[in-house]
Design a protein around this ligand. Sequence first.
Ligand code: C5P
Length: 243
Amino acid sequence: MSHITAKDRLIVALDMPTLEEAGRLVATLDGSVTFYKVGLELLFSGGLELAHALKANGKHVFLDMKLLDIGNTVERAVANAAEFGADFLTVHGHDLKTLRAAVTGRGGGHLKLLAVTVLTNLTPDDLVQQGTSMSPSDLVLRRAQIARESGFDGVIASGQEAGRIRDAVGPGFLIVTPGIRLTGSATDDQERVTTPGHAIAAGADYIVVGRPITQADDPKAIAETFIHHIRDAHAQAARNHAG
Ligand code: C5P
């Protein structure tokens, strides 16, 4: 993954209520940010239209649709997302059958499929409530292994689990990490948060940042700070590797 620049490893989540606000943010971040995530909030207020425009302007687009349905439906939805020209697409990574259907739908194209392991706002108590006695970390690992087996390109996982996943699946499998905060900043509703430096050091390939940038007084300056931390963490990892 070393050919990917620090700038390209920052994915800004466009979690905004209107197309106008999202468009303004993209204009503000121009020159600093190359990768945007369109998720469920913006989907219903013109998100796909914006995604098309971003692609036309040479940006990378992550459609965070978190698909979960019967295999046939997932397969056809993924085929259309591949046709759309998205770079990344998420599917909930609960079972091998659904993930394999997604891989079939993707075909041989450029779209990268990422499995959502365990949402970063869930605590061990939340998992008990869902009927599982596994810890978030063990469940993430199991789902990462299923995703790898299915032919997925990678997973979404918190920085707290990235290290275990990297050790288990080795290089060449993408780890995309949300729940990222700068030291000392608000965690909002996220539970399993890490700093950008920690996530990259633990093996994350990309970090996803929403509110710390979208709600900042100076989003471009904060985006540059995140990119700076990513670059530093990579330089440190390279030094560790060399020495
Ligand atoms: O605002 P914040 O930085 O917390 O946003 C994180 C983004 O990452 C949100 O768009 C959220 O939907 C997404 N995400 C997440 N946890 C996952 C998968 C996606 O927080 N496991």
